[in-house]
Ligand binder design. Structure first.
Ligand SMILES: Nc1ncnc2c1ncn2[C@@H]1O[C@H](COP(=O)(O)OP(=O)(O)OP(=O)(O)O)[C@@H](O)[C@H]1O
Ligand SMILES: [Mg+2]
Length: 201
């Protein structure tokens, strides 16, 4: 994916990405302080927000190949299990209940798979949104601070699951984080952002 001369004015922030290449098959970090425009950039990539000018060239990817795990995940008014199988249903994919149970077990949500998603804690929501995103095997995954609500053990587990998935299918990841030190070991490439710009560090 290549982002060229992308401009978007949001509030006081003037986002301008002159040239950013997201090489496929790599785990990219997008790191920067609060309010610098990270979420805005992900929304522009997803097409949720329209740019004022500039281009996001998907370079062969289809919009349906890309998924975003939001900073504030939107969950359906349904239980945990149904939230996970929903993307599979809309994409007409086969549902392997055993596989889904294994994933739920791994992140510690199996016991509450019938619980209403709206009643989950913030960490549990992040876990659910992670499973929901990886279950249909997207080629590119955008994660917006999805690991920041997790306890240390869960964070380590998620990193392991990201690396595992990345090894299995060569997917491309763009992971937003302000926890630069803790996430550093996960990233193949790091893009630093400040005041709406990508900067060299
Ligand atoms: N719809 C909007 N209207 C006005 N200002 C906006 C809008 N969306 C974003 N902003 C502003 O643009 C700036 C960038 O927001 P953004 O959410 O992209 O930051 P961020 O880097 O993701 O921050 P954080 O680390 O806190 O999540 C912020 O100052 C925010 O207040
Ligand atoms: Mg943000």
């Amino acid at each position: 994916m290549r982002i060229t001369e992308l401009r978007k004015k949001v509030g006081k922030t003037d986002l301008y990405i002159e040239d950013l290449k997201i090489e496929s098959g790599m785990i990219h970090g997008l790191v920067g302080p609060n309010g610098c425009g990270k979420t805005t950039l992900l929304k522009l990539i997803m097409g949720i927000t329209e740019p004022d000018s500039g281009t996001v060239d998907l370079e062969g990817l289809e919009p349906t190949d890309i998924t975003m795990m939001s900073q504030r995940p939107y969950l359906m008014h349904a239980n945990v299990y149904d939230n996970i199988v929903y993307p599979l249903k809309i994409m007409g994919e086969k549902i392997d209940v055993k596989k889904i149970d294994e994933l739920l077990e791994r992140v510690g949500l199996l016991d509450i798979k019938d619980q209403y998603a709206g009643s989950l804690s913030s960490g549990e929501r992040q876990k659910l949104s992670f499973l929901r995103a990886i279950v249909f095997k997207p080629k590119m995954i955008l994660m917006d601070e999805t690991l920041s609500n997790l306890d240390q053990e869960s964070e380590a587990l998620f990193k392991e699951m990201i690396l595992e998935r990345h090894r299995e299918d060569g997917s491309t990841w763009l992971i937003v984080s302000h926890q630069w030190d803790e996430m550093n070991d996960l990233f193949d490439r790091v893009h630093h952002m400040e005041k709406g710009r990508i900067v060299e560090k």
